[in-house]
Design a protein around this ligand. Structure first.
Ligand SMILES: *[C@@H]1O[C@H](CO)[C@@H](O)[C@H](O)[C@H]1NC(C)=O
Ligand SMILES: *[C@@H]1O[C@H](CO)[C@@H](O)[C@H](O)[C@H]1NC(C)=O
Ligand SMILES: *[C@@H]1O[C@H](CO)[C@@H](O)[C@H](O)[C@H]1NC(C)=O
Ligand SMILES: *[C@@H]1O[C@H](CO)[C@@H](O)[C@H](O)[C@H]1NC(C)=O
Ligand SMILES: *[C@@H]1O[C@H](CO)[C@@H](O)[C@H](O)[C@H]1NC(C)=O
Ligand SMILES: *[C@@H]1O[C@H](CO)[C@@H](O)[C@H](O)[C@H]1NC(C)=O
Ligand SMILES: *[C@@H]1O[C@H](CO)[C@@H](O)[C@H](O)[C@H]1NC(C)=O
Ligand SMILES: *[C@@H]1O[C@H](CO)[C@@H](O)[C@H](O)[C@H]1NC(C)=O
Ligand SMILES: *[C@@H]1O[C@H](CO)[C@@H](O)[C@H](O)[C@H]1NC(C)=O
Length: 419
């Protein structure tokens, strides 16, 4: 009954269609790029800055002073224009860059989206230091698990490490039929990996490059096939959201292709809850609490409908060069009911003695309608004239340009990991 699909079929989710499929692009360039980087003096990094979001010129960051991540909510803050220290690396100097995220390479001409620093209200973010990080990762395995947005965050992480410790990441290795991509820092015996499973649990879209969004069937009660590959990792970063966003989810009990399976259309929230329950039950039983650190990235917002931020036309994130300035802005693609399910799942795990840190990046990313590739990325299928005439029709308002917003997610992650 249930089939595994190997063809890519055009879908109406223009931006997800090909990008979720692709990314063959970064398989390549692992040759040495000598990024010569000399750390600047602490005091000079943040002298000159302009705060465009709030016009508050007083919030100087004094690096490495006040960054306690326990006492301070790092996710509550504001964006501060800082073209001295940001971007943290250059797009064309990162050997791991993906053509789906390399907006400059594909023609983007405005670069302010690269120049924003996240400033928590109560404290300062610890400055990213690749040496400190790699020491922390010595003899360890770190795995990002999730969809293509998570893969973008992993690329960002690799670019950051590469910027601060050039050539530390020496080899890239694919395994489990490309579900797992491993970057090794041999000198540190450390691995920084990405594991593709867009719904965390098993589904018909478990092939990293060949999958179909719309016809996905999820096995909400099965995770072993994936989890066995990452259970022993020391640091795990999970995220699953975008692939669940639809009214109903085709949900399968039993195994794919077997006669005893039962396939039902299940209301999405219910299916999401089941999937996360399967995930959390697995963690509770299999994770070594003395060894593994667990993180969950909250939902990344999309900016597909300009009406949501008060534009009257049929716009998207295309041509958006500034962020949204309304404090607390939330687009209606952000489903708080799903956020609640994630919170409840994590709370329940905590009661059962397992800590998962929720990385609450939704709100800070909501402002950043300027951060998406829109039309400035590799297209995997030729565009029709009709599409070309209407750029909004194929704008990617789901993923994020690099350098950009995911670098900040990783700085927040770094603040926790390096503590
Ligand atoms: C990173 O940390 C190391 C070790 O603490 C230190 O020597 C180095 O100066 C730091 N680099 C930066 C850019 O702050
Ligand atoms: C996430 O952060 C936002 C902004 O600080 C806050 O309003 C929201 O309550 C937080 N959610 C969780 C689950 O911590
Ligand atoms: C930063 O931006 C300001 C104002 O846009 C500009 O005057 C300055 O030259 C920029 N500095 C750098 C290093 O790009
Ligand atoms: C450090 O952060 C705390 C809140 O966590 C704040 O009360 C305090 O004023 C901050 N100190 C400095 C020097 O910024
Ligand atoms: C390298 O790291 C792995 C865990 O990722 C560990 O099992 C192994 O013992 C380490 N090797 C050495 C030589 O320390
Ligand atoms: C990889 O794919 C081949 C054929 O598509 C299959 O026979 C094999 O079992 C797969 N290996 C894994 C680890 O999934
Ligand atoms: C974890 O650490 C605690 C205290 O250090 C110890 O009592 C316990 O046996 C350890 N558990 C495992 C599974 O190693
Ligand atoms: C928006 O799209 C709708 C349907 O595609 C169309 O009827 C309408 O004219 C468009 N409005 C503008 C301002 O382009
Ligand atoms: C999102 O907002 C638009 C415009 O305000 C509205 O037409 C649409 O129905 C909303 N979608 C959801 C899921 O609430």
């Amino acid at each position: 009954m249930a089939k595994v699909y190997y063809h890519i079929v055009p879908s109406t989710i223009g931006s997800m269609r090909c990008s979720l499929r692709s990314s063959v692009a970064f398989l390549i360039t692992i040759f040495v790029i000598c990024v010569i980087y000399f750390p600047r003096e602490n005091g000079r990094l943040y002298d000159q800055k302009k705060d465009l979001l709030t016009d508050d010129h007083t919030s100087k960051r004094s690096p490495d002073q006040n960054h306690s991540s326990d006492s301070c909510d790092l996710f509550s803050g504001k964006w501060v224009f800082d073209n001295e220290s940001y971007p943290l690396y250059k797009e064309d100097e990162c050997p791991f860059m993906s053509d789906l995220l390399a907006c400059k390479k594909f023609g983007r001409k405005d670069f302010n989206y690269q120049h924003w620093r996240w400033q928590p209200h109560q404290c300062n973010l610890r400055r990213f230091n690749g040496t400190v990080l790699l020491e922390r990762l010595r003899n360890k395995r770190m795995v990002f698990v999730g969809d293509s947005v998570m893969r973008g965050q992993w690329v960002s992480f690799a670019c950051l490490v590469n910027k601060f410790v050039p050539r530390a990441l020496e080899s890239m290795h694919f395994s489990f039929n490309h579900s797992l991509i491993t970057l090794r820092a041999e000198e540190y015996n450390a691995s920084i990996e990405f594991y593709w499973s867009p719904l965390l649990v098993e589904s018909t879209s478990d092939h990293q490059w060949n999958h179909r969004f719309h016809s996905t069937i999820v096995r909400a009660q099965a995770i072993y096939k994936h989890a066995k590959h990452w259970t022993d990792a020391d640091i795990l970063i999970f995220g699953t959201y975008l692939w669940w966003r639809r009214p109903f989810m085709n949900t399968l009990w039993g195994s794919l292709g077997s006669a005893d399976g039962i396939l039902k259309r299940v209301e999405m929230l219910r299916s999401y809850e089941m999937g996360l329950k399967t995930w959390s039950d697995w963690l509770e039983i299999h994770i070594d609490r003395n060894k593994s650190q667990l993180y969950f990235m909250s939902m990344p917002p999309t900016h597909r409908r300009a009406e949501e931020w008060g534009k009257s036309t049929n716009g998207t994130c295309y041509n958006e060069q500034e962020m949204i300035k309304e404090e607390g802005y939330r687009g209606n693609g952000t489903d708080l009911r799903m956020m609640r399910i994630v919170e409840d799942t994590i709370d329940e795990l905590k009661r059962r003695g397992l800590q998962v840190k929720l990385m609450n990046i939704t709100q800070l990313s909501e402002y950043r309608k300027d951060g998406h590739p829109s039309i400035y990325r590799k297209q995997w299928l030729a565009l029709s004239e009709e599409q070309l005439a209407k750029p909004t029709s194929y704008s990617d308002c789901t993923h994020w340009c690099l350098p950009g917003v995911p670098d900040v997610w990783n700085e927040l992650l770094y603040a926790h990991i390096s503590t």
